[in-house]
Design a protein around this ligand. Structure first.
Ligand code: R5P
Length: 281
């Protein structure tokens, strides 16, 4: 098995490639003993967050080096950056998800394995732009952890919006309906959450709200408030990817009975590991 491990994957595997920077900030990568991968299949483990832009350049350089020896490369990138920009809403906006996927494919990636890719909204294989993507879900592992901390009590899964409904499908979970406000004048990079509605009962129940990501936390904060107001007993919130921007972890911990994510992005509440899945690849 030919595994190449980036230093940013050292929590799971021993790194065997070098990734660094020159004094001026330019990226430098090196694959020691690269000739042994000549015309072989290789699995390259490399996180693309944090520092998504430089991590992507690192990936492109690594892919180019491997292409030069004819390797067939499967990339394992647990979180795919730019995956939320798969639509152009405003004139002149770039569909950056497609640009990034094409860049990765053109650099020499045969297929990319990722977890809960935002724009795919289901598990399985899909060609997006020029890139073959295999999307794996961490929802089963997140639900198993939720059950553990619920101490044997029933716990129902809820998705905070339609896009996340595939995460709770196997559990027979329901999805809320989320609406966002328009872009604000002079601030086009984020649309505030306007409202979240649900047409199901949560009174007296333990609820786990499951999403693909917690970014600014606005979605989860609103969802928890709605659940509590509707009389839910305990409310946990969980996601595959935890960014926890703008102190949102503190805010969520103050509101919810538990907050946890996986280690696709390492955070203080990365309670659910992806190691078993990675080791099976
Ligand atoms: C949106 O469709 C996503 O699935 C997440 O719900 C969203 O990106 C989370 O972002 P935030 O934490 O900023 O509300």
């Amino acid at each position: 098995m030919n595994r190449l491990i980036s230093p940013n994957f050292q929590d799971i595997f021993e790194p065997n490639i070098e990734v660094g920077t020159f004094p001026d900030g330019d990226t430098h990568v090196r694959i020691p003993g690269i000739t042994k991968y000549e015309n072989r299949s290789v699995t390259l483990f490399h996180r693309l967050y944090p520092n998504q832009n430089s991590s992507l350049i690192e990936l492109v350089f690594l892919l180019d080096a491997l292409r030069s020896v004819g390797a067939k490369v499967t990339v394992v990138a647990p979180y795919l950056p730019y995956a939320r920009q798969d639509k152009a809403r405003l004139e002149g906006e770039v569909i950056s998800a497609e640009v990034i996927c094409n860049l990765i494919a053109e650099a020499g990636c045969d297929s990319l394995i990722t977890f809960d890719c935002h724009f795919l909204k289901k598990e399985g294989e899909k060609v997006y732009g020029k890139l073959k993507i295999i999307n794996i879900s961490m929802s089963g592992e997140l639900m198993a952890y939720a059950r553990q901390i619920c101490d044997g009590e029933e716990c129902e899964a809820v998705a905070p919006d339609q896009g996340a409904s595939y995460l709770v499908e196997k559990e027979g979970g329901k999805a809320m309906k989320k609406t966002r406000r328009d872009y604000k004048e002079g601030k086009i990079s984020y649309r505030d959450v306007e409202d979240m509605k649900m047409n199901f009962e949560v009174k007296g129940k333990n609820i786990i709200i499951l999403d693909d990501m917690i970014s600014t936390g606005s979605t989860m904060i609103k969802a928890i408030e709605v659940m509590k107001k509707a009389g839910a007993k305990k409310v946990f919130c969980a996601a595959t990817h935890g960014f926890f921007l703008h102190n949102s972890l503190e805010k969520l911990e103050a509101l919810a009975d538990g907050v946890f994510v996986t280690d696709t992005i390492i955070s203080p509440v990365s309670k659910v590991g992806m190691a078993v899945k990675c080791k099976a690849l």
